[in-house]
Design a protein around this ligand. Structure first.
Ligand code: HSE
Length: 311
């Protein structure tokens, strides 16, 4: 049992999954961060949320960050008699920007900030990816939030439970990232129901070629981003549920900008070697309820012992 009075904090990034053809595999952390500060107390649970989700999220053991902390404590062989959890959220919810994965990864990582104070073994990067993916279900977002930058993730189904793994990709420095975030929301679970149970060999082949190309485009040949971000496995099927995003995506692509749905949407992300998007494309986005601005790639999750949120 950890003593009362220990503090720890974590900072964790938003992420875009899929990046077009890399369905459930490729991910990219974005420079937009949630912060978590915890303190062990004698008894009870106090949860506070500022920013995104304030007034909407449950302030009880059902809160995702609290559940992730409990999962991390269990994995680390630790327990607490009571806990205060403060969340300062900047990642918009239900937009396809990995807010749930960030909550899972942040909650697990903050346990390391507690464990370090009692010389208990820390959760490794591999454990963070495994636990967060098991917990939240999407290793593409979870691995990006753990490792930062761009990642390729996969599931080894020969393990029981399945093993989640990922490798970092060295994102080409000429690539600029422009998320386009709508007011409209969508749940990943609902957006997954839109997908067929089976796909044709032709479509599978199409996406395999584009996903392979996308790894090259992201790391070495950003001039190939347009063909490399084509997808037939999930974006067309999801378009009917998010028509404004589908239209904006098509418009950006008509301008020659490699735009894709961010995760299951409805946010988009445009990847380009140009430092700016065309003015007309920005104006269209603003007129249709999208907030569009350049964002750096995100860092991997950081944690610290004590109250200072890691900078
Ligand atoms: N890869 C998942 C999907 C999203 O597209 O359903 C994970 O955020």
């Amino acid at each position: 049992m950890l003593p009362a009075g220990l503090m720890a904090s974590a900072v964790v990034a938003a992420s875009s999954a899929n990046l077009g053809p890399g369905f459930d595999s490729l991910g990219l952390a974005l420079g937009l961060y949630d912060e978590i500060v915890v303190e062990t107390i004698g008894s009870g649970l106090i949860v506070e949320v500022e920013g995104e989700g304030a007034g909407q999220l449950p302030l009880d053991p059902g809160h995702l960050v609290v559940r992730a902390i409990q999962c991390g404590l269990h994995a680390a062989g630790l327990s607490v008699s009571g806990l205060t959890v403060r969340c300062r959220n900047a990642i918009p919810h239900s937009r396809g920007l990995g807010s749930s994965a960030a909550a899972a990864v942040g909650g697990l990582a903050v346990v390391n900030g507690l464990a370090a104070q009692v010389d208990s073994p820390l959760l490794t990067e591999t454990q963070l990816i495994q636990l967060a993916s098991e917990f939240e279900g999407h290793s593409d977002n979870a691995a990006a939030a753990v490792m930062g930058g761009a990642v390729a993730s996969w599931i080894d189904h020969s393990c029981d439970p399945p093993c989640y793994a990922a490798v970092p990709l060295r994102l080409h420095p000429d690539i600029h990232l422009f998320p386009a975030i709508p007011e409209e929301r969508s749940s990943t679970a609902e957006a997954r129901v839109m997908l067929p149970k089976q796909v044709s060999h032709y479509d599978a082949r199409f996406n395999v070629s584009r996903a392979a190309l996308l790894v090259v485009a992201l790391t070495e040949r950003p001039d190939l981003l347009m063909p490399a971000t084509e997808d037939v496995l999930h974006q067309p099927q999801r378009a009917a549920a998010m028509p404004a995003s589908a239209e904006y995506l098509n418009l950006l692509r008509r301008y020659g900008i490699a735009a894709v749905l961010s995760g299951a949407g409805p946010a988009l992300i445009a990847l380009t070697t140009e430092p700016e998007l065309p003015l007309e494309a920005l104006e269209y986005g603003a007129a249709n309820g999208f907030t569009v601005s350049e964002m750096a790639a995100g860092d991997g999750v950081r944690w610290s012992s004590g109250v200072a949120v890691p900078g």
